[in-house]
Design a protein around this ligand. Structure first.
Ligand code: HEM
Length: 153
């Protein structure tokens, strides 16, 4: 009887432990790991490059390299096993004069890509929330609210 009870307690303990590990999984793991990062980045860049809001800036860009950099950046941001080695967002987008509309376009494209992959609402929001603060470095001053001055000089 004692042995049965000990075994039951052990099994319950292990189950609780496994459940805990599951909820503690990083966003990187919950999104699907390395292959998911590469696919999400590739689909987002391809769609943006072919869209009216992306054509202007993506025209002469090395798209395979950009996809790799974005996949690496997403991996690092979501606590995956990567180090982002690209330029910071301010430097990478300097001179591109990216508008708030163009920024919103990439967010919408990414949202669609995640929806098509069946990514749950929680993971989708976590990823989008990690990207949102980048807007201030990506959108050029003078475009939209980010660069707006209170009033007239
Ligand atoms: C959350 C939004 C965005 C993220 C996370 C992001 C991320 C990145 C990353 C990681 C790079 C590579 C940096 C490097 O070369 O080392 C990059 C470059 C670039 N991004 Fe973005 N970006 C965003 C929004 C946008 C938008 C809205 C546009 C234009 C519509 C854009 C256009 C570009 C272009 C053209 C480059 C390549 C610059 C070059 O190679 O000369 N990005 N971006």
């Amino acid at each position: 009887m004692m042995r049965f009870l000990s075994c039951t307690i052990l099994v319950l303990g292990l189950t609780a432990c496994a459940n805990r590990l599951r909820t503690d999984a990083t966003l990187y793991e919950r999104l699907g790991g390395e292959s998911a990062m590469a696919e999400i980045a590739a689909a987002t860049v391809d769609t943006l490059a072919a869209s009216p809001d992306g054509r202007r800036t993506m025209d002469r860009v090395n798209l395979p390299r950009l996809k790799k950099k974005i996949a690496q950046q997403f991996c690092a941001l979501t606590a995956g096993p990567c180090r982002y080695t690209g330029d910071d967002m301010k430097l990478a987008h300097a001179g591109l004069k990216i508008s708030e509309r163009e920024f919103n376009a990439i967010v919408e494209i990414l949202r669609d890509v995640l929806n098509r992959r069946g990514v749950a609402e929680r993971e989708k929001n976590e990823l989008l929330q990690l990207l949102a603060p980048m807007q201030r470095d990506i959108v050029a001053a003078g475009h939209g609210m980010q660069g707006a001055r209170p009033c007239c000089a």
